[in-house]
Ligand binder design. Structure first.
Ligand code: ZN
Length: 561
């Protein structure tokens, strides 16, 4: 069945509660692990049914945020999701107190019990209302950004649509397009501040009710992290020490390549004077080449991509009213991943395609897990699949970029390295924000600007006061939508670089490790998965230094510019 034909119906939440509670009572009464496993299967079936409808709604709502039907359905889920999570938590409570734990662990794995214990600390019935409010605020942020209608040189664009002009080789064009882009944010700056202000207060209140000192501790548990804030701080420190200096060297090289006197904020994404490489065809052409690429890549990826095409599980082109960004999700009852993106004719289209295909390939390879918790791992591990896929597909980039292939590989790899200082900026900023929940918008902007200067000292905002005063963060969706989800990309990038290095030496061995990692899904914690894939943990002393040095040496010796 193609995506379009998958039926949607709003889950009957009252009926779900009755059925779920009955199964929980049965679980409590049952004796022996075999009986309990049977009940868990039925509980998971109910969860998959609900989750399937949620994802169909989410996909259709984000494809067209102006569709009133799915907007109403999205509101329904914003409201019901915390209730649903509360039901799951009741299951987790029984699971973590069961007398058959040892026996059940043998069948279900340790990771499920770790997830259950962490999740239990993040939710209680008395915070459900706060979580509902949080969801409404997140939807408000999403809608505000999707509503952007920006006039530029007589034509109307949404945020993604302006992308190509912001990368124009003509400096005046990219400056004016950037100014138009940021003017939308600056015009709505107070609205963004209001939404974030309420989110911070709301999250802090939730954390206090649950007995935490600040939201940060709760944020880590929501991300299901067994590791501490100190280890993350140590990782950021390693980025500062080993990556920031080479990033600054790359930026100086960029100034020379572009032939500009200094690198302004509207120059930083342009790597070549004559323009960044672009894909040489439209979305349909990209998909056709993607199919060819994945067929050659491996038997497994070939089957996977055919599945995505035949069931129409991708919505890739930018359209008015479509939500921004890209994502991959999973429709459990169909065993179908779904890829969402906003192609705009830049090289980013290919990055997004390979990135989201990495996520989709993992979940497709993990669809045999019977435990929903294991469809996906935690986010830092998820981003290894996606970010590694971007790099493992390098041998096929000529399909998309033709004579500009080497340029693409250079700018993509350099971009990945240069991303790391930005990624830790987003993370450190959020730690500051939740440590000072009463800060004013102005104070918050000052925190951002100071952190930015620490990790990305080259940034020059010229006379753009909105950015120079520290409001860049307002465009970063994760800060609003998924607090503390960002360091994940940087941890995963260090792992993905290792896959790239391995593939340069022995492609088959690298793919074998990659496939095994994808098939493991979420059955283990991040660091266990890293070990399982024969990678070094980014938290390990010396790892960031060693990995980034090899990438930098490659870039440094690359004659592309
Ligand atoms: Zn991703």
């Amino acid at each position: 069945m193609t995506f379009e034909h998958i039926p949607y119906h709003r889950p009957d939440i009252e009926l779900l509660k009755i059925e779920f509670s009955k199964l929980l009572a049965d679980f409590q009464k049952s004796s022996g692990s075999a009986a309990k496993i049977e009940i868990i299967k039925r509980i998971n079936k109910l969860r998959n049914d609900f989750d399937t409808q949620y994802n169909i709604c989410h996909i259709r709502h984000t494809i067209n945020t102006t569709n009133e039907f799915y907007e109403r359905e999205n509101d329904f889920f914003d409201n019901q999701m915390p209730e649903f999570q509360n039901l799951i938590n009741q299951y987790y409570r029984l699971l973590s107190h069961t007398s058959d734990r040892k026996e059940l662990t043998l069948h279900l794995g340790e990771q499920l019990f770790d997830i259950a214990e962490m999740s239990l600390k993040t939710l209680r019935p008395d915070v459900i209302e706060d979580l509902q409010k949080e969801n409404v605020l997140v939807s408000e942020y999403r809608k505000l950004k999707a509503s952007a209608k920006i006039m530029f040189r007589g034509k109307e664009y949404n945020l993604t649509g302006l992308g190509p002009s912001m990368l124009s080789p003509d400096r005046d064009t990219r400056r004016e397009a950037s100014e138009a882009h940021w003017k939308f944010f600056s015009d709505n700056s107070e609205k963004f501040d209001q939404i974030y202000d309420q989110l911070i207060k709301n999250r802090t209140l939730t954390a206090k009710k649950l007995g935490f000192r600040s939201f940060t501790e709760l944020g880590y548990l929501r991300m299901l992290r067994p590791y501490t804030q100190e280890r993350v701080a140590g990782f950021r420190e390693a980025v500062l020490k080993h990556i920031v200096p080479v990033s600054e060297t790359l930026r100086r090289r960029q100034i020379k390549t572009l032939g500009v006197d200094k690198l302004m904020y509207y120059d930083i994404s342009l790597y070549f004077k004559e323009g960044n490489p672009t894909p040489k065809g439209d979305a349909q052409w990209i998909i056709a080449n993607g199919r060819k690429m994945y067929a050659e890549f491996s038997k497994e990826t070939g089957q996977f991509f055919d599945f995505m095409i035949s069931r129409e599980l991708m919505d890739l082109e930018n359209k008015q009213g479509k939500a921004g960004g890209g994502y991959c999700t999973y429709i459990a009852n169909e065993g179908s991943p779904f890829i969402f993106s906003n192609f705009n004719g830049t090289a980013h289209d290919i990055d997004v395609l390979t990135h989201e295909a990495g996520h989709a390939f993992q979940v497709y390879e993990s669809r045999g897990h019977h435990i929903p918790e294991y469809y996906w791992p935690t986010n830092e591990a998820c981003e290894i699949h996606s970010m590694s896929m971007e790099l493992l597909t390098y041998p096929w980039m000529a399909f998309f970029f033709k004579e500009e292939t080497e340029k693409y590989k250079f700018s993509h790899l350099a971009g990945n390295l240069l991303f790391l200082p930005y990624g830790v900026t987003v993370d450190e900023f959020q730690h500051l924000v939740y440590a000072h929940p009463l800060a004013t918008p102005k104070e918050r902007n000052a925190m951002w600007r100071a952190t930015e200067k620490k990790y990305q000292p080259h940034i020059d905002y010229g006379d753009n006061d909105y950015l120079d005063n520290g409001a860049f963060w307002q465009k970063q969706a994760h800060i609003f939508e998924s607090p503390f989800y960002y360091i994940d990309y940087t941890l995963a990038q260090i792992c993905a670089f290792q896959f790239w290095q391995k593939a340069n030496i022995n492609r088959d061995a690298a793919f074998a490790d990659y496939l095994r990692l994808c098939q493991a899904g979420g059955s283990e914690s991040f660091e266990n998965l890293v070990k399982y894939a024969n990678l070094e943990s980014p938290f390990q002393d010396g790892c960031v230094e060693k990995v980034s040095k090899q990438v930098y040496e490659y870039l440094n010796s690359n004659p592309v510019n």
